[in-house]
Write a protein that binds this ligand. Structure first.
Ligand code: GDP
Ligand code: MG
Length: 442
């Protein structure tokens, strides 16, 4: 991952006082590759690198971190800033009702699905009355599709009148929304397979009738560079107020998000994360920054882990980790949780440091069954040894090995892994990931 690579570049530089230009340029080559791999548009990558370089060169290296970590932090912060800052930007729903939200985008981008998702969100989370209308007269059964989704999310849809044109449907929807005292009216517009004049003209005509408070561009994050071109075309034609990035559940690496923000100048307000109608989330720049940086998807680990971790254990662990007191008792708790969470393989991709620990274990011929053996090893130690592994001299190690039916080298591996994990925890802490980690065990 990028953070590994950066750390690699800078490992050699440990101990220098300030980041010099040549060091930073070298690191930026890695950043550039990572950005392009993540599907970031070239001009955006270039601008990004210039910004980071400007900030990094000459910066004093803090005592407690390595230069690599410091650069990762600068890169991370700049990614978050470029993605729109720390906070998710919500819908503007305070205008005079009915507040009109117009959904635009290409066919298949997820407009209709996102319309229904937002309808549900507005009803459920905002406690407001929503209404939806499909203006898609091109695609057969498009209006019926929205009606069906409307039933599923319990949001009214405008009755379908055959043969009506989009602008007329929009007028009728406005009237109906007023009559029914709806707070919000969602207009799902037609898309085409590509950007064309007819599409744009129709969209503008609808906008002039409906005077939308929100015009949300729906784009498929999996289309990468194309998504960016689409965004550019749309934002040249209509005043967008925000973007919804769909299919973020797929393996899009987040580059589209970064470019999107730079190209449209508008916030990404939501991420679509699945086909189900509750699969929509406020867009969190820090998560996507994580994804691009390969810092380990701490957040999704948090979510999964919080399902299996017992609360009391959890609080104690989080506290101890933060204090740097992660001992072998804690490691044992961790091992058991790892087993609950699906073993080593699953964790390895998520937390920085785990990957290294896992690689080290596999190199020495260890597998998932090892979790149980490690548990046995720790079980054969005295409470004092567990609390203070430094006590484990050769003699004690032989005793523990005999007690757990393992070899001294198994004990050594376990101790090494414990160290790696301690280091990883410190790294996460320094990189500001501890907020997430605290929640992980909370
Ligand atoms: P439209 O043509 O823009 O209205 O697109 P639709 O809303 O009809 O969506 C097209 C397809 O994409 C449907 O099968 C949706 O279920 C699917 N889809 C929409 N949003 C998402 C998402 O966030 N994740 C996934 N996996 N599928 C999505
Ligand atoms: Mg549609």
């Amino acid at each position: 991952s990028l953070s590994d690579r950066l750390t690699g570049v800078f490992d050699r530089l440990r101990g220098r006082g300030a980041l010099n230009e040549q060091d930073v340029r070298e690191a930026m080559r890695e950043v550039r590759i990572a950005l392009l791999e993540a599907d970031v548009a070239l001009p955006v990558a270039r601008e990004f690198i210039n910004k980071v370089t400007e900030q990094a060169v000459g910066q004093q290296v803090l005592k407690s971190v390595t230069p690599g970590q410091q650069v990762v932090k600068i890169v991370n912060d700049e990614l978050v800033a470029m993605l729109g800052g720390e906070d998710a930007v919500g819908l503007e729903l305070e205008a005079k009702p009915p507040v009109v939200i117009m959904m635009v985008g290409l066919q298949g981008s997820g407009k209709t699905t996102s319309t229904a998702k937002l309808g549900r969100l507005i009803r459920e989370k905002h406690g407001k009355k929503a209404m939806m209308a499909s203006l898609d007269v091109n695609r057969p059964a498009a209006q019926e599709q929205l009606a069906v989704l409307g039933q599923q999310v319990d949001v009214a849809t405008l009755p379908i009148v055959a043969g009506q044109q989009p602008v007329d449907i929009a007028r009728r929807a406005m009237e109906s929304a007023k009559l029914q005292a709806a707070d919000v009216l969602l207009l799902d517009t037609a898309g085409r397979l590509h950007v064309d004049e007819a599409l744009m003209a129709e969209m503008k005509a609808v906008a002039s009738v409906a005077a939308p408070t929100e015009v949300l561009l729906v784009v498929d994050s999996l289309t990468g560079q194309d998504a960016v071109n689409v965004a550019q075309s749309f934002s040249g034609e209509i005043d967008l107020t925000g973007v919804i990035l769909t299919r973020m559940d797929g393996d899009a690496r987040g580059g589209a998000a970064l470019s999107m923000r730079a190209v449209t100048g508008k916030p990404i307000k939501f991420a679509g994360t699945g086909e189900k109608l509750d699969a929509i989330e406020p867009f969190h720049p820090s998560r996507v920054a994580n994804r691009i940086l390969g810092m380990g998807d701490v957040v999704s680990l948090v979510e999964r882990a919080s399902q299996v971790v017992e609360k009391e254990d959890a609080d104690r662990m989080a506290e101890r980790m933060m204090k740097g007191q992660f001992d072998l008792n804690d490691l044992r708790t961790q091992l058991r949780q790892m087993q609950n969470m699906g073993g080593l393989g699953m964790l390895a991709g998520m937390l920085p440091g785990m990957k290294k620990a896992k690689a080290a274990m596999q190199q020495s011929g260890m597998d998932d069954g090892v979790l149980g053996r490690m548990d046995a090893i720790i079980g054969s130690m005295t409470p004092k040894e567990r609390a203070n592994p430094a006590l484990l001299n050769a003699k004690r190690k032989r005793r523990v090995a005999a007690g757990s039916g393992t070899q001294v080298q198994d004990i050594n591996r376990l101790l090494k892994m414990h160290q790696e994990m301690g280091k990883a925890m410190k790294q996460i802490k320094k990189m500001g990931g501890l907020k997430g980690l605290g929640a992980l065990f909370g």
